[in-house]
Design a protein around this ligand. Structure first.
Ligand code: FES
Length: 582
């Protein structure tokens, strides 16, 4: 008897359109109904019998960093179909840094839940994740890690650089630099308006080593993109070619059963940590990597990251730690050039989405060539990894500093605390002429941690008080429980854990307290006796923020601290398998 086109046992081995049938209590009917509906879009049975590749589409008018998604989608579909698969795109949340209130980080976990549940709910044998802007790639990797099917990341790619009066500019290190000049009165309103036109010269992600570029490099280091997938700018033919290859590879992964757990291994995370340090990557990269690893039951060992940093120099000469932009990195060979240089420090047997190991991919990329963007290990941009992990009585759960973007003269510093209770307080007083502050003080901003703001906004880049900026001060030690943009620079201590909003020691710092920062000793110390801190805590107990309903309530009840990735506690893998590196 001929097998019915609607016969289905709805088991875990089902593939294509037979996967994950809607529950009507009759699997055959569920498949019959599904096919009837999809045929309404004109599909044939022959098309519906192919391996299905879902494509998580994050195009949005609110997200210019993903402005090339229509072109990428066309190339992806072509790649999937050339390889014999059926592409099925579907929308998910898209998050852009400048269009997400109160902050994009508040929405990252929501996007990860959307990605996970839609990948799980809809029939697909593999999924392509189109991400680029800061929170999108981590959200997608977190969601896909939990969903567990074969998954491959496609990066949207960086924007082109612009030109202001003969000077090359790009978002967003130059945004901050020019804004600081404007605040200091060095340029006028007309010039800052001209700059505004030039900073973002095309669609695509920020052109420096900010969080988006960091996560693109990390995704490739994790083995989650096609080789060379991190660096092509958004508007180039190379980017479109990567998209076509990504679509084809997704079909192969579906056929081979190359599920995400075979790629996101401890070795892959160790490689990603190494790359994060060597690129002078965004401090946000640590939080995101911790969250992705947590979905696989792995803990990123911050102290080990710090130890790795001492033997991993910054090699990539990109702003804000260096001089170049992402398009220069691409012309210099992209990640292949960096990985070749880092090879002795990498776990070469880590599997990638191609079905080959990272070591095999480095070898396939061939020999290097003369270029000046990726330095040799013997002549680095910065002798240690870009990020140092600090501990002390002010941050018992750790804090971090991007030492490669800090002022060398401030890395051993003791000063008087000038305290701002929250971002509103900061906005109100930072530019007042009567603010009691000198260049030797330490600015402290509270209540911008995961629960505090909420969402751990990138407000850790506290502006230089206007009166100091006018006096020519370019950097000052700043401390907070928040994050900062990967495109920012300065002697800035971030991610102080536990945060002030849940009663961490930061909550009890007062104006005039002495604070000592020693990056060499990896210490951040509040020079106030324990007894006095306990007295202050008893005198002014902290009331943790709450909400009455909705996503905000879920967020405040469930969000973890920075050392756990600021993920929701219920989204982490139920079982902890160990630490990375092992
Ligand atoms: Fe999207 Fe910078 S704002 S990458």
């Amino acid at each position: 008897m001929a097998t019915s086109a609607f016969e289905s046992d709805d088991d875990a081995d089902a593939s294509g359109m037979r996967r994950g049938l809607t529950s009507y209590g009759d699997a055959g009917f569920s498949l019959f109904l599904r096919k009837a509906f999809i045929k309404g879009a004109g599909y044939t049975d022959a098309a519906l019998d192919r391996p299905v590749v879902g494509i998580a589409s994050t195009g949005s008018a609110y997200n210019p960093c993903h402005g090339n998604v229509p072109q990428l989608m066309e190339a992806l579909r072509r790649g999937v179909m050339l390889a014999g698969g059926l592409p099925m795109d579907f929308p998910t949340i898209s998050v852009h840094e400048s269009f997400s209130a109160p902050t994009s980080m508040y929405l990252r976990n929501l996007m990860s839940m959307d990605t996970e549940e839609m990948v799980r709910a809809q029939p697909m044998d593999a999924v392509v994740l189109i991400g680029g802007c800061d929170k999108t790639v981590p959200a997608q990797l977190m969601g896909a890690a939990s969903a567990g099917i074969p998954s491959i990341q496609l990066i949207t790619g960086s924007m082109l650089t612009g030109s202001h009066r003969g000077e090359r500019v790009g978002a967003c290190t130059d945004c901050r630099r020019y804004w600081a000049k404007y605040r200091a009165g060095d340029i006028d309103a007309d010039e800052i308006a001209d700059v505004n036109d030039q900073l973002v010269a095309s669609v695509g992600t920020c052109s420096v080593m900010g969080t988006a570029s960091t996560m693109a490099c990390i995704a490739e280091a994790l083995g989650m993109t096609m080789p060379g997938g991190a660096s092509p700018p958004a508007v180039t033919a190379d980017r479109i070619r990567i998209a076509e290859q990504t679509g084809a590879q997704a079909v192969q992964m579906a056929r081979d059963g190359l599920t995400i757990d075979k790629v996101l291994t401890p070795a892959a995370f160790e490689n990603a940590m190494r790359v994060l340090l060597a690129i002078g990557g965004s401090t946000n990269g640590i939080v995101h990597l911790t969250a992705i690893a947590g979905r696989m039951g792995l803990d990123i060992d911050l102290d080990a990251l710090d130890r790795m940093g001492r033997e991993t120099p910054v090699l990539l000469d990109l702003k804000p730690s260096g001089q170049h932009y992402m398009e220069d990195f691409h012309k210099a060979g992209g990640m292949a050039t960096l990985l070749r240089e880092l090879k002795p420090l990498l776990k070469l047997d880590a599997m990638t989405v191609t079905g080959r190991t990272l070591g095999e991919e480095i070898d396939r990329a061939g020999p290097g060539f003369a270029q000046d963007v990726v330095r040799p290990i013997a002549d680095p941009i910065y002798p240690q990894g870009g990020i140092a992990v600090l501990r002390g009585n002010l941050a018992p759960g750790g804090a971090i500093i991007k030492q490669s973007a800090a002022d060398a003269g401030l890395m051993e510093h003791e000063g008087r605390a000038v305290v701002f209770e929250n971002v509103e307080d900061l906005a109100l007083r930072i530019d007042r002429d009567d603010l009691d502050v000198t260049r030797d003080d330490i600015l402290v901003l509270k209540n911008i941690g995961p629960k505090g703001a909420p969402g751990m906004p990138e407000a850790g880049y506290i502006p230089i008080p206007r009166k100091l900026a006018r006096a020519g001060v370019k950097d000052i030690v700043r401390i907070s429980d928040g994050r900062m943009s990967g495109t920012a620079f300065g002697t800035i201590v971030l991610h102080v854990t536990p945060e002030s909003a849940i009663g961490g020691p930061l909550a009890h710092v007062r104006n005039g307290d002495r604070i000592r920062l020693s990056v060499a000793k990896r210490e951040i110390t509040l020079r106030v006796p324990d007894g006095e801190l306990a007295r202050r805590a008893a005198e002014s107990p902290v009331a943790e923020p709450t909400a009455e309903r909705g996503y905000r309530k879920l967020f405040l009840q469930s969000v973890t601290q920075a050392d756990r990735g600021v993920d929701f506690d219920f989204l982490r893998a139920p079982k902890t398998l160990g630490k990375v590196p092992r």
